[in-house]
Design a protein around this ligand. Structure first.
Ligand SMILES: [Zn+2]
Length: 432
């Protein structure tokens, strides 16, 4: 048994003064949390332990990126200040047409390095060249739910069969860190037959789905014209809600959609940064929370964000609802933090096994240096984290008990090689 004791840390505790306790420790045994609480109450069993001194930092569950296309890190800032359809049709799709497995692998590695530095421990991916993404997730050590993208207005072009193969080859890889589902891209890029087949295959394989839903008003209204119902209602009618179906964006959702999503128990991945950059609008998150929908947070791809920083999404998730609704109570700091942790865990189908620091959960955690001026004075730690803090405060990131990022260093990655290879791939994509 391998045991690591993270000593001298702080832990969030809603019942404690300022919402935090100090003098705590977290014991990790074989990649799981065995203890998280006051250090003087910890009674380890016999056996050797490694000790990691947190130097007073705050231990938090790792943040979870519930909707992204990690390899798009290669397209960071390559196309901005354009409306979504122009951005997608004229810029992104031509670039994606030039992608190959090598470029996707190094783009994903680059995104993984970025997420680890930002305190993100898990992500939910929808893209193609999925074997290369799985190899990168396995090598990089992150937890990932991978959904092979399926598009097809006239048949699926063999993509569903390939998704089934990816599931067979990779589901459960990386010591169980990698899970695989199907990613029908969206209502406007898939025929109803393709959507229905995705749902059927997912049911057969016992896996989940991941799809873009009502990202823009235009897409939402065009679906109503085409099918006489909203995208959410169409997906439900085609059987996609018979399995866990992670819904990305939901900017244009109507009240009936929200009620339907709540009843179906599906998770909405809110991507406020991407929705703002592409001028799509602001998702009705407050109404979703009121209806009982679980909301998680996603960065979307770095081509429309332009980073993979879940801290920014937490901040936006809280302040946008206040601003749009002119209601300062609309979404609290605690709710925004819960979206990035527990909400993300549910989005990835890992409900109860990540997203919290308690005995039995996987040791996906981060250390945050709160000994910095923007955390002083200590009044309310969750508010500090969401409104004052940021990715710059993350000093250590651990996944499954393994340290993957430690004060600028990557024990498992050759970061200089990642940078050089990603630059090489980008040069090939953008070059003549
Ligand atoms: Zn997306």
């Amino acid at each position: 048994m391998k045991r690591t004791i993270i000593r001298n840390c702080m832990l969030l505790d809603d019942g404690a003064e300022h919402g935090v306790i100090s003098g705590a420790c977290v014991a990790v045994e074989d990649g799981r949390i065995a203890y998280a609480g006051p250090e003087d109450a910890y009674r380890p069993e016999e056996g050797p332990s490694d000790t990691l001194d947190a130097c007073g930092a705050l231990a938090l569950p790792g943040l979870i990126n519930a909707h992204t296309h990690v390899a798009m890190a290669l397209f960071r800032s390559a196309a901005n200040d354009l409306p979504l359809q122009e951005w997608l049709n004229d810029r992104i799709w031509p670039l994606e047409a030039r992608l190959d497995g090598e470029a996707v692998y190094w783009g994903t590695m680059l995104g993984i390095a970025e997420m680890l530095a930002n305190g993100v421990t898990a992500f939910s991916e929808m893209y193609f060249f999925m074997d290369d993404i799985a190899r990168a997730a396995e090598a990089g050590g992150m937890r990932a739910s991978l959904y092979r993208a399926v598009v097809g207005l006239y048949g699926d072009g063999g993509r569903i069969a390939d998704a089934v193969r990816v599931h067979r080859d990779w589901d459960g890889a990386g010591g169980g860190r990698i899970r695989v589902g199907l990613g029908p891209h969206a209502e406007y890029t898939c025929s109803t037959a393709v959507l229905r087949s995705c749902a059927e295959r997912a049911k057969e394989m016992g896996c989940g789905l991941h799809i873009h839903v009502s990202e823009t008003r235009r897409e939402h209204e065009e679906c109503k014209e085409r099918h006489g119902m909203t995208p959410a209602k169409l997906l439900k009618s085609l059987g996609l809600f018979d399995v866990p179906c992670l819904l990305a964006h939901g900017v244009a959702l109507e009240e009936g959609d929200i009620q339907l999503i709540a009843r179906s128990g599906q998770v909405l991945a809110h991507c406020p940064g991407s929705n703002l950059i592409l001028a799509s609008g602001v998702a009705p998150v407050k109404r979703m929370l009121d209806a009982g929908v679980t909301v998680a947070l996603g960065t979307d791809g770095a081509a429309s964000n332009n980073n993979l920083d879940v801290w920014q999404e937490m901040y936006l998730a809280a302040v946008l609802q206040k601003g749009v609704l002119k209601d300062a109570t609309a979404v609290t700091a605690a709710q925004a933090l819960a979206m990035a942790a527990e909400g993300g865990a549910k989005a990835l189908g890992c409900d109860g096994s990540i997203g919290a620091l308690r005995p039995g959960t996987r040791a996906d955690l981060i250390l945050v240096d709160t000994d910095r001026p923007h955390y002083w004075p200590l009044t309310d730690m969750k508010r500090h984290l969401v409104y004052s803090g940021g990715a710059r405060d993350v000093v250590l990131t651990m996944v499954d008990g393994e340290v993957l990022y430690d004060r600028g260093e990557y024990p498992k990655l050759d970061i200089k090689r990642v940078r050089a290879k990603a630059a090489e791939a980008a040069a090939r994509l953008f070059g003549g």
